[in-house]
Design a protein around this ligand. Structure first.
Ligand code: GLY
Length: 389
Protein backbone atom coordinates (compact mmCIF):
# COMPACT_ATOMS: atom_id res chain seq x y z
CA UNK A 1 0.00 0.00 0.00
CA UNK A 2 1.27 3.48 -0.85
CA UNK A 3 2.05 5.63 2.16
CA UNK A 4 1.79 9.41 2.08
CA UNK A 5 4.48 11.16 4.09
CA UNK A 6 3.19 14.45 5.40
CA UNK A 7 6.53 16.27 5.67
CA UNK A 8 7.82 18.46 2.89
CA UNK A 9 11.13 16.57 2.88
CA UNK A 10 10.26 14.43 -0.16
CA UNK A 11 9.14 17.54 -2.07
CA UNK A 12 12.44 19.29 -1.32
CA UNK A 13 14.37 16.18 -2.34
CA UNK A 14 12.38 15.98 -5.59
CA UNK A 15 13.06 19.64 -6.38
CA UNK A 16 16.77 19.15 -5.79
CA UNK A 17 16.69 16.05 -7.99
CA UNK A 18 14.88 18.06 -10.68
CA UNK A 19 17.69 20.63 -10.66
CA UNK A 20 20.29 17.88 -11.04
CA UNK A 21 18.39 16.28 -13.94
CA UNK A 22 17.86 19.57 -15.80
CA UNK A 23 21.55 20.36 -15.39
CA UNK A 24 22.43 16.90 -16.64
CA UNK A 25 20.18 17.40 -19.69
CA UNK A 26 21.63 20.75 -20.73
CA UNK A 27 25.21 19.68 -20.08
CA UNK A 28 24.77 16.40 -21.98
CA UNK A 29 22.86 17.95 -24.90
CA UNK A 30 23.65 21.70 -24.99
CA UNK A 31 21.08 23.81 -26.85
CA UNK A 32 18.65 20.90 -27.24
CA UNK A 33 14.94 21.38 -26.40
CA UNK A 34 13.45 17.91 -26.02
CA UNK A 35 9.84 16.79 -25.95
CA UNK A 36 9.77 13.29 -24.49
CA UNK A 37 12.19 10.52 -23.63
CA UNK A 38 12.59 7.16 -25.31
CA UNK A 39 13.46 4.50 -22.71
CA UNK A 40 14.46 7.35 -20.43
CA UNK A 41 16.73 9.14 -22.95
CA UNK A 42 15.95 12.63 -24.25
CA UNK A 43 17.77 12.35 -27.56
CA UNK A 44 16.21 9.95 -30.08
CA UNK A 45 14.85 10.03 -33.60
CA UNK A 46 11.12 9.69 -32.84
CA UNK A 47 8.87 12.48 -34.17
CA UNK A 48 7.90 15.62 -32.27
CA UNK A 49 4.55 16.41 -34.01
CA UNK A 50 4.91 20.16 -33.31
CA UNK A 51 7.43 22.27 -31.43
CA UNK A 52 5.07 23.14 -28.60
CA UNK A 53 7.31 22.29 -25.65
CA UNK A 54 10.37 24.49 -26.12
CA UNK A 55 9.46 26.90 -23.31
CA UNK A 56 9.29 24.23 -20.62
CA UNK A 57 13.04 23.66 -20.27
CA UNK A 58 13.89 27.33 -19.58
CA UNK A 59 10.60 27.55 -17.69
CA UNK A 60 11.93 25.10 -15.10
CA UNK A 61 15.06 27.20 -14.70
CA UNK A 62 12.95 30.30 -14.01
CA UNK A 63 10.90 28.30 -11.50
CA UNK A 64 14.03 27.23 -9.61
CA UNK A 65 14.97 30.91 -9.36
CA UNK A 66 11.48 32.21 -8.46
CA UNK A 67 11.12 29.69 -5.66
CA UNK A 68 14.22 30.94 -3.89
CA UNK A 69 15.28 27.27 -3.71
CA UNK A 70 17.74 27.25 -6.62
CA UNK A 71 20.89 25.27 -5.82
CA UNK A 72 23.03 27.66 -7.92
CA UNK A 73 21.15 30.91 -8.70
CA UNK A 74 23.78 32.55 -10.92
CA UNK A 75 24.14 29.38 -13.05
CA UNK A 76 20.36 29.09 -13.50
CA UNK A 77 19.93 32.78 -14.31
CA UNK A 78 22.54 32.61 -17.04
CA UNK A 79 21.06 29.42 -18.51
CA UNK A 80 17.46 30.63 -18.19
CA UNK A 81 18.27 33.78 -20.17
CA UNK A 82 20.27 31.84 -22.76
CA UNK A 83 17.59 29.17 -23.31
CA UNK A 84 14.77 31.76 -23.31
CA UNK A 85 16.37 34.23 -25.69
CA UNK A 86 16.92 31.52 -28.31
CA UNK A 87 13.13 31.25 -28.53
CA UNK A 88 12.36 34.92 -29.11
CA UNK A 89 11.64 34.53 -32.83
CA UNK A 90 8.92 32.01 -32.02
CA UNK A 91 6.69 34.94 -31.03
CA UNK A 92 5.87 35.23 -34.74
CA UNK A 93 5.12 31.51 -35.11
CA UNK A 94 1.76 31.11 -36.88
CA UNK A 95 1.97 27.30 -37.02
CA UNK A 96 1.24 26.42 -33.39
CA UNK A 97 -1.49 27.28 -30.90
CA UNK A 98 1.07 27.03 -28.09
CA UNK A 99 2.53 30.52 -27.76
CA UNK A 100 1.09 30.74 -24.24
CA UNK A 101 3.02 27.62 -23.22
CA UNK A 102 6.20 29.06 -24.69
CA UNK A 103 6.03 32.73 -23.65
CA UNK A 104 3.54 32.95 -20.76
CA UNK A 105 4.17 29.78 -18.77
CA UNK A 106 7.73 29.16 -19.88
CA UNK A 107 9.96 32.05 -20.77
CA UNK A 108 9.53 35.78 -21.38
CA UNK A 109 6.79 36.52 -18.84
CA UNK A 110 8.89 34.85 -16.15
CA UNK A 111 12.01 36.64 -17.39
CA UNK A 112 10.21 39.99 -17.33
CA UNK A 113 9.00 39.31 -13.77
CA UNK A 114 12.56 38.45 -12.74
CA UNK A 115 13.67 41.89 -13.91
CA UNK A 116 10.80 43.42 -11.87
CA UNK A 117 12.05 41.54 -8.80
CA UNK A 118 15.55 42.83 -9.59
CA UNK A 119 14.15 46.37 -9.47
CA UNK A 120 14.99 46.93 -13.18
CA UNK A 121 11.84 46.07 -15.17
CA UNK A 122 12.80 45.39 -18.77
CA UNK A 123 9.86 46.53 -20.92
CA UNK A 124 11.34 44.93 -24.02
CA UNK A 125 10.82 41.48 -22.47
CA UNK A 126 7.19 42.32 -21.70
CA UNK A 127 6.65 43.44 -25.28
CA UNK A 128 7.81 40.04 -26.53
CA UNK A 129 5.02 38.44 -24.43
CA UNK A 130 2.48 40.97 -25.70
CA UNK A 131 3.47 40.34 -29.30
CA UNK A 132 3.19 36.55 -28.84
CA UNK A 133 -0.32 37.12 -27.46
CA UNK A 134 -1.26 39.25 -30.48
CA UNK A 135 0.03 36.59 -32.86
CA UNK A 136 -1.89 33.84 -31.05
CA UNK A 137 -5.05 35.97 -31.33
CA UNK A 138 -4.71 35.85 -35.13
CA UNK A 139 -5.93 32.24 -34.95
CA UNK A 140 -9.40 33.45 -34.01
CA UNK A 141 -12.22 32.20 -36.23
CA UNK A 142 -15.04 34.74 -36.20
CA UNK A 143 -17.52 32.16 -37.39
CA UNK A 144 -17.50 29.79 -34.43
CA UNK A 145 -15.73 32.23 -32.04
CA UNK A 146 -12.66 30.15 -31.17
CA UNK A 147 -8.91 30.03 -31.67
CA UNK A 148 -8.19 27.30 -34.19
CA UNK A 149 -5.84 24.46 -33.31
CA UNK A 150 -2.68 23.69 -35.29
CA UNK A 151 -4.65 20.96 -37.10
CA UNK A 152 -7.05 23.05 -39.23
CA UNK A 153 -9.56 25.90 -39.31
CA UNK A 154 -12.39 23.61 -38.23
CA UNK A 155 -10.61 22.38 -35.09
CA UNK A 156 -10.68 23.68 -31.51
CA UNK A 157 -8.53 21.99 -28.82
CA UNK A 158 -9.05 21.95 -25.05
CA UNK A 159 -5.25 22.49 -24.74
CA UNK A 160 -5.70 26.05 -26.02
CA UNK A 161 -7.22 26.96 -22.63
CA UNK A 162 -3.63 26.93 -21.32
CA UNK A 163 -2.55 29.36 -24.03
CA UNK A 164 -5.39 31.89 -24.08
CA UNK A 165 -4.13 33.55 -20.84
CA UNK A 166 -1.37 35.18 -22.87
CA UNK A 167 -4.08 37.01 -24.87
CA UNK A 168 -5.71 38.29 -21.66
CA UNK A 169 -2.26 39.37 -20.53
CA UNK A 170 -1.59 41.18 -23.81
CA UNK A 171 -5.01 42.83 -23.63
CA UNK A 172 -4.27 44.16 -20.16
CA UNK A 173 -0.83 45.47 -21.15
CA UNK A 174 -2.37 47.18 -24.18
CA UNK A 175 -4.98 48.81 -21.93
CA UNK A 176 -2.26 49.99 -19.57
CA UNK A 177 -0.40 51.51 -22.49
CA UNK A 178 -3.57 53.10 -23.95
CA UNK A 179 -3.57 51.20 -27.25
CA UNK A 180 -6.74 51.07 -29.32
CA UNK A 181 -6.62 47.32 -30.08
CA UNK A 182 -7.66 46.50 -26.53
CA UNK A 183 -11.27 45.45 -26.95
CA UNK A 184 -10.39 43.10 -29.77
CA UNK A 185 -7.92 41.09 -27.67
CA UNK A 186 -10.28 40.95 -24.69
CA UNK A 187 -13.11 39.79 -26.96
CA UNK A 188 -11.01 37.12 -28.66
CA UNK A 189 -9.83 35.65 -25.35
CA UNK A 190 -13.18 35.83 -23.62
CA UNK A 191 -15.16 34.39 -26.53
CA UNK A 192 -12.68 31.58 -26.98
CA UNK A 193 -13.19 30.61 -23.32
CA UNK A 194 -16.96 30.80 -23.61
CA UNK A 195 -17.02 28.69 -26.78
CA UNK A 196 -14.74 26.09 -25.19
CA UNK A 197 -16.97 26.01 -22.13
CA UNK A 198 -20.06 25.53 -24.28
CA UNK A 199 -18.79 22.86 -26.67
CA UNK A 200 -15.95 20.98 -24.93
CA UNK A 201 -16.92 20.99 -21.24
CA UNK A 202 -19.76 18.60 -20.47
CA UNK A 203 -22.48 18.77 -17.86
CA UNK A 204 -20.60 16.39 -15.55
CA UNK A 205 -17.45 18.56 -15.67
CA UNK A 206 -15.53 16.20 -17.99
CA UNK A 207 -14.05 17.50 -21.25
CA UNK A 208 -13.60 16.50 -24.86
CA UNK A 209 -10.21 16.99 -26.49
CA UNK A 210 -11.36 18.56 -29.74
CA UNK A 211 -14.39 20.32 -31.22
CA UNK A 212 -15.12 20.26 -34.96
CA UNK A 213 -16.94 23.19 -36.58
CA UNK A 214 -18.50 23.90 -39.95
CA UNK A 215 -16.16 26.67 -41.12
CA UNK A 216 -18.69 28.12 -43.56
CA UNK A 217 -21.37 28.73 -40.92
CA UNK A 218 -19.51 28.46 -37.59
CA UNK A 219 -21.90 25.73 -36.43
CA UNK A 220 -20.45 23.35 -33.87
CA UNK A 221 -20.67 19.82 -35.26
CA UNK A 222 -19.14 17.27 -32.87
CA UNK A 223 -16.61 16.33 -30.21
CA UNK A 224 -13.50 14.46 -31.35
CA UNK A 225 -10.04 13.51 -30.12
CA UNK A 226 -6.45 12.92 -31.15
CA UNK A 227 -4.79 11.82 -27.93
CA UNK A 228 -7.78 10.64 -25.90
CA UNK A 229 -9.55 7.31 -26.22
CA UNK A 230 -12.38 8.66 -28.39
CA UNK A 231 -14.49 11.74 -29.03
CA UNK A 232 -16.95 11.16 -26.22
CA UNK A 233 -14.39 10.05 -23.63
CA UNK A 234 -12.52 12.16 -21.11
CA UNK A 235 -8.79 12.30 -21.84
CA UNK A 236 -7.28 13.02 -18.45
CA UNK A 237 -4.62 15.48 -19.61
CA UNK A 238 -7.24 17.45 -21.50
CA UNK A 239 -9.29 17.73 -18.33
CA UNK A 240 -6.21 18.90 -16.44
CA UNK A 241 -5.54 21.55 -19.12
CA UNK A 242 -9.13 22.75 -18.74
CA UNK A 243 -9.08 22.84 -14.94
CA UNK A 244 -5.84 24.80 -14.87
CA UNK A 245 -6.66 26.98 -17.90
CA UNK A 246 -10.09 28.11 -16.69
CA UNK A 247 -8.60 28.81 -13.25
CA UNK A 248 -6.00 31.22 -14.57
CA UNK A 249 -8.44 32.79 -17.02
CA UNK A 250 -10.66 33.51 -14.01
CA UNK A 251 -7.66 35.04 -12.24
CA UNK A 252 -7.03 37.29 -15.26
CA UNK A 253 -10.60 38.18 -16.22
CA UNK A 254 -12.65 37.71 -13.04
CA UNK A 255 -15.55 36.18 -14.98
CA UNK A 256 -17.44 33.89 -12.54
CA UNK A 257 -18.34 31.54 -15.42
CA UNK A 258 -14.66 30.63 -15.74
CA UNK A 259 -14.42 29.85 -12.02
CA UNK A 260 -17.57 27.72 -12.20
CA UNK A 261 -16.10 25.76 -15.12
CA UNK A 262 -12.77 25.17 -13.35
CA UNK A 263 -14.65 23.96 -10.27
CA UNK A 264 -16.80 21.61 -12.36
CA UNK A 265 -13.60 20.18 -13.87
CA UNK A 266 -12.11 19.83 -10.40
CA UNK A 267 -15.20 18.02 -9.11
CA UNK A 268 -14.93 15.49 -11.94
CA UNK A 269 -11.18 15.15 -11.35
CA UNK A 270 -11.56 14.49 -7.63
CA UNK A 271 -14.40 12.03 -8.11
CA UNK A 272 -12.69 9.97 -10.82
CA UNK A 273 -8.98 10.04 -9.96
CA UNK A 274 -7.66 7.34 -7.59
CA UNK A 275 -6.77 8.48 -4.08
CA UNK A 276 -3.05 8.56 -4.90
CA UNK A 277 -3.74 11.45 -7.32
CA UNK A 278 -2.53 9.81 -10.56
CA UNK A 279 -5.25 9.32 -13.20
CA UNK A 280 -5.55 6.80 -16.01
CA UNK A 281 -4.55 8.29 -19.37
CA UNK A 282 -8.26 8.47 -20.23
CA UNK A 283 -10.99 8.23 -17.62
CA UNK A 284 -13.31 6.27 -19.91
CA UNK A 285 -10.83 3.85 -21.38
CA UNK A 286 -12.12 0.86 -19.45
CA UNK A 287 -15.73 1.48 -20.36
CA UNK A 288 -15.41 0.16 -23.88
CA UNK A 289 -15.25 -3.54 -24.74
CA UNK A 290 -12.29 -4.77 -26.72
CA UNK A 291 -10.05 -1.88 -25.69
CA UNK A 292 -6.48 -2.81 -26.53
CA UNK A 293 -4.99 -0.27 -24.14
CA UNK A 294 -5.59 -0.84 -20.47
CA UNK A 295 -7.19 1.78 -18.29
CA UNK A 296 -4.41 0.95 -15.85
CA UNK A 297 -1.97 2.92 -17.96
CA UNK A 298 -1.56 6.19 -16.09
CA UNK A 299 -0.39 9.66 -17.13
CA UNK A 300 1.85 11.20 -14.47
CA UNK A 301 1.98 14.45 -16.46
CA UNK A 302 -1.79 14.86 -16.08
CA UNK A 303 -1.37 14.35 -12.33
CA UNK A 304 1.30 17.08 -12.21
CA UNK A 305 -0.74 19.59 -14.26
CA UNK A 306 -3.84 18.97 -12.14
CA UNK A 307 -1.86 19.29 -8.89
CA UNK A 308 -0.55 22.66 -9.99
CA UNK A 309 -4.01 23.72 -11.20
CA UNK A 310 -5.68 22.62 -7.96
CA UNK A 311 -3.16 24.65 -5.95
CA UNK A 312 -4.18 27.70 -7.99
CA UNK A 313 -7.88 26.93 -7.69
CA UNK A 314 -7.57 26.49 -3.92
CA UNK A 315 -6.67 30.20 -3.77
CA UNK A 316 -9.52 31.28 -6.05
CA UNK A 317 -12.55 29.34 -4.86
CA UNK A 318 -14.97 31.18 -2.61
CA UNK A 319 -15.63 28.02 -0.59
CA UNK A 320 -13.10 27.38 2.22
CA UNK A 321 -13.95 23.67 2.44
CA UNK A 322 -13.29 23.19 -1.26
CA UNK A 323 -10.09 25.22 -0.96
CA UNK A 324 -8.82 22.75 1.64
CA UNK A 325 -9.97 19.75 -0.42
CA UNK A 326 -8.16 20.99 -3.55
CA UNK A 327 -4.93 21.64 -1.68
CA UNK A 328 -5.02 18.34 0.19
CA UNK A 329 -5.61 16.43 -3.04
CA UNK A 330 -2.81 18.30 -4.84
CA UNK A 331 -0.34 17.64 -2.02
CA UNK A 332 -1.24 13.96 -1.95
CA UNK A 333 -0.67 13.69 -5.70
CA UNK A 334 2.72 15.37 -5.26
CA UNK A 335 3.67 12.99 -2.45
CA UNK A 336 2.82 10.10 -4.78
CA UNK A 337 4.85 11.57 -7.64
CA UNK A 338 7.82 12.00 -5.28
CA UNK A 339 7.98 8.23 -4.79
CA UNK A 340 8.62 5.15 -6.87
CA UNK A 341 7.51 4.28 -9.53
CA UNK A 342 7.17 7.94 -10.59
CA UNK A 343 10.26 9.85 -9.45
CA UNK A 344 13.25 8.61 -11.44
CA UNK A 345 15.67 9.27 -8.58
CA UNK A 346 16.71 5.64 -8.12
CA UNK A 347 17.28 4.93 -11.81
CA UNK A 348 20.69 6.31 -12.70
CA UNK A 349 20.20 5.64 -16.43
CA UNK A 350 16.97 7.62 -16.65
CA UNK A 351 17.52 11.19 -17.84
CA UNK A 352 14.09 12.61 -16.93
CA UNK A 353 12.58 13.58 -13.59
CA UNK A 354 9.15 11.97 -13.70
CA UNK A 355 8.46 8.55 -15.17
CA UNK A 356 5.17 7.25 -16.55
CA UNK A 357 4.01 10.18 -18.61
CA UNK A 358 2.16 9.61 -21.87
CA UNK A 359 2.41 11.72 -25.02
CA UNK A 360 0.41 10.14 -27.85
CA UNK A 361 -0.91 6.67 -27.15
CA UNK A 362 -2.43 6.07 -30.61
CA UNK A 363 0.79 7.00 -32.40
CA UNK A 364 2.88 5.04 -29.90
CA UNK A 365 4.90 8.11 -28.93
CA UNK A 366 6.24 8.74 -25.45
CA UNK A 367 4.35 6.04 -23.55
CA UNK A 368 5.59 5.41 -20.00
CA UNK A 369 8.22 8.09 -20.53
CA UNK A 370 9.29 11.46 -19.15
CA UNK A 371 7.56 14.31 -21.00
CA UNK A 372 8.69 17.93 -20.93
CA UNK A 373 5.35 19.39 -19.82
CA UNK A 374 5.12 16.79 -17.06
CA UNK A 375 8.55 17.83 -15.80
CA UNK A 376 7.61 21.52 -15.93
CA UNK A 377 4.24 21.31 -14.17
CA UNK A 378 5.66 18.91 -11.58
CA UNK A 379 8.40 21.44 -10.78
CA UNK A 380 5.84 24.25 -10.77
CA UNK A 381 3.55 22.38 -8.37
CA UNK A 382 6.49 21.49 -6.11
CA UNK A 383 7.63 25.10 -5.91
CA UNK A 384 4.08 26.29 -5.16
CA UNK A 385 3.59 23.63 -2.50
CA UNK A 386 6.91 24.49 -0.88
CA UNK A 387 6.58 28.28 -0.95
CA UNK A 388 2.89 29.04 -0.41
CA UNK A 389 0.79 28.07 2.65
N1 GLY B 1 -0.66 18.68 -27.39
C1 GLY B 1 -0.73 18.90 -26.02
C2 GLY B 1 -0.72 17.66 -25.24
O1 GLY B 1 -0.17 16.65 -25.70
O2 GLY B 1 -1.20 17.69 -24.14
Amino acid sequence: MTSYPTSTGPLHDALNFAQRQVRRLIETHPGFYPLYTDKGHWKHDKPACTRWCDGFLPGMMWLFLESGLADDPSYWRKKAEEYSSRLEDRKEDRDVHDLGFIFYHGTYKRWYEATVRDGRPDQRLKHVVVRAGQVLAMRFKKKGQYLRSFISDESLFIDIMMNVPIIFYSARQNDDEGHKSRSLLWDVAENHCLTTRRVLVRGDGSTAHEGIFDTSTGEFLRQATHQGFRGDSSWSRGLAWSLYGFSICYELRNDPRFLATAEANAAYWLEHTPADGVPPWDFDASNFPGLPLSRDKVDSSAAAIAASGLLILSKLTKDPTRAQTYRTFALRALQTLCQSPYLAIDDKNWEGILKRGVYHIHKGLGIDESVMWGEFFFVEALTKALTTP
